[in-house]
Design a protein around this ligand. Structure first.
Ligand code: ADP
Ligand code: MG
Length: 242
């Protein structure tokens, strides 16, 4: 299905993110000059609904930083990120949090599930903030866990699930708020080949409802992407456009 006539879900233009290191101390009575690290440098790209896009590059090349910028978890030092038509840098911290809640689903490498809660309670958690009733939350979380193939794991706690199952719970949680953009940081990094492939099947399936952007340095994962943005030292080194 093509969604090429719709505006991109997320677009960034000339995005740079630098971090300051040290600089706070005084050395021999002089201010030590702060050093800066450029994590992402002049990156432009856009992602549309229907697309499964990868970001590749060695460790330290800026993949996670770029993901955080696209998700509105962070704002660029220069350049712009337009998420669902809105410039993330013009928003307050609070309204960016609201934007993320309503439009972005994020799957972190280490899942970040709450160990004391069941799979269903983990998935339902973001829905409390959206103001859904207890019954609505339960229904939606159950449907999502069924969708990711965990119908018979609903009451299990994260510690009672395999790595691949925990990853599925994390994906179901990211989908709970019906996002337009799904972002995943190294989603197959800790999974065996077969489990990783089934997670990719799921992502492919999800592109019918959202744009999916995946950071990875794993060839098997990148081979499944519609296209791949390649980073080196924070810069885009692929020759593709878009
Ligand atoms: P990747 O995900 O590709 O491994 P990152 O985006 O995590 O890369 O990091 C890119 C670069 O930015 C690295 O050199 C890293 O050390 C640096 N960096 C990332 N986050 C911070 C931070 N909060 N403070 C300082 N430097 C950072
Ligand atoms: Mg990373």
């Amino acid at each position: 299905m093509s969604h090429s006539k719709e505006p991109p879900v997320v677009r960034c233009e000339g995005v740079t993110r630098t971090y300051s290191l040290g600089g706070a101390g005084r050395v021999f009575g002089r201010d030590k000059t702060a050093q800066t690290v450029t994590a992402v440098s002049s990156v432009s790209l856009s992602v549309r609904r229907g697309e499964l896009v990868g970001v590749a590059g060695p460790s330290g090349s800026g993949k996670s930083t770029l993901l955080h910028l696209l998700a509105g978890l962070d704002v660029p030092t220069s350049g712009t990120v337009i998420l669902d038509g809105e410039d993330t840098a013009t928003k307050s911290e609070r309204s960016r949090a609201q934007m993320r809640l309503q439009r972005v689903g994020i799957v972190f490498q280490h899942f970040y599930l709450l160990p004391a809660l069941s799979a269903r309670a983990n998935v339902a958690l973001p829905l409390i903030e959206l103001g859904l009733s207890r019954n609505e939350r339960k229904e939606r979380a159950t449907a999502l866990l069924e969708r990711v193939g965990l119908r018979d794991r609903i009451s299990h706690k994260p510690g009672e699930l395999s790595g691949g199952e925990q990853q599925r719970v994390a994906i179901a949680r990211a989908l709970s708020t019906d996002p337009n953009l799904l972002i995943a940081d190294e989603p197959t990094g800790e999974l065996d080949t077969e489990t990783g492939a089934s997670i990719l099947d799921l992502f492919e399936d999800l592109t019918s409802e959202c744009a999916v952007f995946v950071a990875s340095h794993d060839k098997q994962t990148l081979d499944r992407m519609d296209r791949v943005v390649r980073l080196k030292d924070g810069k885009r080194i692929d020759t593709q456009h878009g």
